[in-house]
Design a binder for this molecule. Sequence first.
Ligand SMILES: Cc1cc2nc3c(=O)[nH]c(=O)nc-3n(C[C@H](O)[C@H](O)[C@H](O)COP(=O)(O)OP(=O)(O)OC[C@H]3O[C@@H](n4cnc5c(N)ncnc54)[C@H](O)[C@@H]3O)c2cc1C
Length: 326
Amino acid sequence: MRQIAYQRAGSVDEAVQAAAQPEAAFLAGGTSLVDLMKLEVLNPARVVDVTRLDLSRIEPRADGIRLGATATNSAVAAHPEVKRRFPALSQALLSGASPQLRNVATVAGNLMQRTRCAYYRDLATRCNKRSPGAGCDAIEGWTRMHAILGGSEQCIALHPSDMCVALAALEATIHVRGQRGERDIPFGDFHLLPGDHPEREFALEPGELVTWVFVPATAAAARSRYVKVRDRISYAFALASCATALEVANGRIRVARMALGGVGTKPWRSLEAERMLVGATPRAETFRRAADVALRDARPRRDNAFKVELAKRTMIRALTLSAEGA
Ligand SMILES: Cc1cc2nc3c(=O)[nH]c(=O)nc-3n(C[C@H](O)[C@H](O)[C@H](O)COP(=O)(O)OP(=O)(O)OC[C@H]3O[C@@H](n4cnc5c(N)ncnc54)[C@H](O)[C@@H]3O)c2cc1C
């Protein structure tokens, strides 16, 4: 039996102070953390409950929307301003997990959910993310649900979130508070590539608390779309997904943003594919060329070569829907 201290934080300052202690973890909806504690994959000595903090507000502004860290996935997905100005975000959230899970899962918890890699979750196997330097049984193992982009020789674990794919395409910013004050982290810098240190997953200092996420409003964001392909129609992680945001003027693409899910070790953005789209006519051949570029560096393993073409088609579909809305 392992002793775990539980502390309910009454204020953001108190939460940050409590998390400065060794082996502390914030607890939000608990749908990811508690699972992993039961499996003994994560073993915090202290959990700091942040669910009572005043961080659940969803605040629309002229230049965007601020999503409190403890706003639930359901509340964000259903918010009329999110649906109107950032449809891909609402669509991505609604495509994830189940209504029961979305009712308790939070913005920050979703940002920081861990990989569903079966080897990471199984203590009987080797995993560099769980035990640095142990080796990786996934690389020569069953790889159908693993990443084809952004992997290293140490780790090919897939990033699982749907919400994060939309936030990557929408160029959100993450606001955090720690012992040394507050700062903003651009979305693309928040999740780290595994490289030689797959155990380092986020650009956070120990004990830093996510307080809110800001999503900028743009004409492209208002026409954003999310497409997810999976083994069954609900309650399944993505085999491939794509969030796109396009602004089209006079028959040409003026602004293009896109991110892929289900294929990368982090939400995967191809700036080169976005650049190719700008100035082009929004049609199937243009989208196919951009998709070829976005997947050019894909490195499939034994069981996941199918994801290359699947991701391209998912991206073409999402771009087509965004263009039709534009
Ligand atoms: C059966 C099942 C199916 C699922 N299917 C999907 C799916 O299809 N798509 C998808 O995207 N997701 C899916 N999920 C994952 C789900 O979205 C996440 O479990 C959920 O979003 C985590 O949010 P939470 O609030 O419960 O986080 P918690 O479990 O409470 O915390 C998760 C992590 O975030 C940290 N944390 C929480 N709040 C903060 C904060 N404010 N600052 C810093 N760190 C913080 C915690 O310390 C922990 O490390 C599924 C989960 C389950 C169990």
